[in-house]
Write a protein that binds this ligand. Structure first.
Ligand code: CDP
Ligand code: CDP
Length: 228
């Protein structure tokens, strides 16, 4: 059976996961949020008081835990050893530390293998930082979403407000800039636009407009017989 693979990369709060979820729903395919895997690892490391800079210690912890992504009606849930951490991994302490764990080459190797397995034999839309450049280099469609840092901070601010997470716009902007810098400058599969990715600036676009544009780009692949 023919399948479609869609890679969506870009900096923090560009709208990757929101749009990827919409696309998955419209096409009836699986959505994989790879950031959630790095976040889950970070959550556990903070809980266990592990030095995040110590790759060996992080790897030892990684071997003892099972991170599982489950597709539920309302979206992806994340489990660590059967504990649902979907909400907990979004909290500011995890967000502030996740790029430190994500820079370790051995950690990335494990994560990338797991992500490639999730995409095997399935149609998938996967979002992250290195999906088009590294995880799914042969993806049918590669999108690189960008937006101004001011707009991205505003989006995160609104999102946090709705969730009741305390936030300050200036702090969010600084946090986003710092994380983008760390993600773009690390040696192991950094945040980078793949040569064959299509860049979409979403600064002044709604979620619906971005979704429609990407679905339009996917159209030739959707028409393949048997795409599911
Ligand atoms: O949603 P947001 O943009 O805040 O972040 P995320 O997608 O949940 O990713 C959290 C962090 O995980 C990123 O800042 C990266 O450090 C790391 N990450 C990565 O290195 N590679 C990926 N494929 C996905 C996330
Ligand atoms: O996954 P990523 O970090 O790239 O961003 P996201 O979590 O999907 O989006 C961050 C916030 O921006 C969410 O609250 C979205 O609803 C919002 N958003 C928006 O207002 N306009 C867009 N075109 C895309 C996302």
């Amino acid at each position: 059976m023919e399948s479609i693979s869609i890679a969506i990369d870009g900096p923090a709060a560009a709208g990757k996961s929101t749009v990827a979820k919409q696309i998955a729903k419209k096409l009836g395919i699986i959505y994989v949020d790879t950031g959630a895997m790095y976040r889950a690892l970070t959550y556990q490391a903070l809980l266990d008081n592990i030095n995040l800079e110590d790759e060996k210690a992080v790897m030892e912890m990684l071997k003892k835990i099972d991170i599982r992504l489950a597709q539920h009606e309302e979206g992806q849930h994340v489990f660590i050893n059967e504990k649902d951490v979907t909400e907990a991994i979004r909290y500011p302490d995890v967000t502030a530390s996740v790029s430190v764990i994500a820079k370790h080459p051995l950690v990335r190797k494990e994560m990338v293998t797991a992500q490639q397995e999730l995409a095997q034999d399935h149609s998938v839309v996967m979002d992250g930082r290195d999906i088009g450049s590294h995880v799914l280099p042969n993806a049918d469609v590669k999108i690189f979403l960008v937006a101004s840092v001011t707009e991205r901070a505003k989006r995160r601010f609104e999102e946090n407000k709705q969730k009741g997470i305390p936030a300050d716009l200036h702090t969010l902007e600084k946090e986003i800039e710092k994380r983008d810098e760390l993600d773009s400058t690390r040696e192991a599969s950094p945040l980078v636009q793949a040569d064959d990715a299509i860049e979409l600036d979403t600064t002044s676009l709604s979620i619906e407009e971005v979704t429609e544009k990407i679905l339009g780009i996917c159209q030739p692949f959707i028409k393949k017989p048997g795409v599911q």
